[in-house]
Design a binder for this molecule. Structure first.
Ligand SMILES: [Zn+2]
Length: 297
């Protein structure tokens, strides 16, 4: 099964819902960054939430989420768009923690319990929306729930899960976001809250291999009457390229570039998000210098 997400409504449009299977996507991030289990869980949960937040956008809109806790894994940065593409990195990928008291990966110990979750939405036409909330849990799902409630005034329920194999690869990953739309009736809220108290953890659902549709059915229950509106493939996708790095190098200007050529000769650049490297030989750098000079004339 390939990764995908579904957009849906429930309770006759009073609730909107998203669910995603992100096993391959988180697996790709784990392979590229060689993350250890707790870090994979923190990064994977954050990526899963971010790709669903991307699905709330339209067209060419983009979102950047930063989770900056005071724990040893450092900061996580996630980029997602409205087309199911997501990429992410973490400051320290190889940190080990013992299981927590519940016998689970101790994500809170890795992320920390203080710090910030910030969101920047690039809505095109130079329109930016940015917002920051304090980390309230460190387990990620609760932190996104808090973000939606305080920054977007959207009461939400967020469930995120990542399961890791003994060899550090990803066994399964996924999650859901349920949001009360304005005008949601009290009865609906009460019924939903009652049902949510009975559901099993999302990690159990993904372990059992539930599809995103089945996750929403489990989360909203029969009374929720889930109606799937659309499906979208989800993938780890980085839009870096040698061309983009060339533009960045040109931005340094003639003087700095000529000094770099003198001191370093060639340079190697690396993308934080996917760890792809791009080498520029002395001749290529010289060509970029010439390009700036031609533009200046
Ligand atoms: Zn990249």
């Amino acid at each position: 099964m390939k990764d995908y997400l579904v957009r849906a409504v429930g309770y006759n449009g009073q609730i909107r819902a998203f669910a995603a299977r992100t096993t391959e996507t988180v697996g790709e991030a784990q392979r590229r960054h060689s993350t250890w289990p707790v870090v994979s869980a923190a990064l994977g949960r954050s990526m899963t939430a971010s790709v669903m937040m991307g699905a709330m956008l339209k067209g060419e809109d983009k979102i950047t989420v930063k989770v900056e806790g005071n724990g040893p894994i450092g900061a996580m940065v996630l980029d997602a768009d409205a087309k199911g593409n997501v990429r992410g990195f973490v400051t320290h990928g190889q940190v080990h923690f013992d299981l927590n008291e519940q016998g689970k990966l101790d994500v809170r110990a890795g992320v920390g319990t203080e710090g910030f979750l910030s969101v920047v939405k690039d809505l095109g036409m130079k329109e930016m929306f940015s917002s920051q909330v304090p980390i309230v849990s460190g387990e990620i799902a609760e932190d996104f729930t808090y973000y939606f409630a305080t920054s977007e005034q959207l009461p939400s329920s967020v469930g995120l899960g990542v399961l890791v194999n003994p060899d550090n690869t990803i066994l399964a990953a996924g999650g859901f976001i349920i949001q009360l739309m304005p005008g949601c009736e009290e009865e609906t809220i009460a019924a939903l809250e009652k049902h949510l108290a009975t559901i099993e953890p999302v990690s159990k659902m993904i372990e059992k291999g539930l599809t995103p549709e089945e996750i929403l059915e489990a989360v909203l229950g029969e009374a929720g009457n889930v109606q799937v509106l659309s499906h979208m493939p989800v993938q780890f996708e980085c839009n870096c390229s040698k061309e983009r790095y060339s533009r960045a190098i040109i931005g340094l200007g003639v003087q700095e570039l000529e000094e770099m050529i003198k001191e370093e000769g060639n340079i190697e650049t690396q993308c934080h998000f996917c760890l792809e490297t791009y080498d520029f030989s002395e001749a290529e750098l010289q060509a970029l210098v010439n390009e700036i000079k031609t533009q200046l004339n």
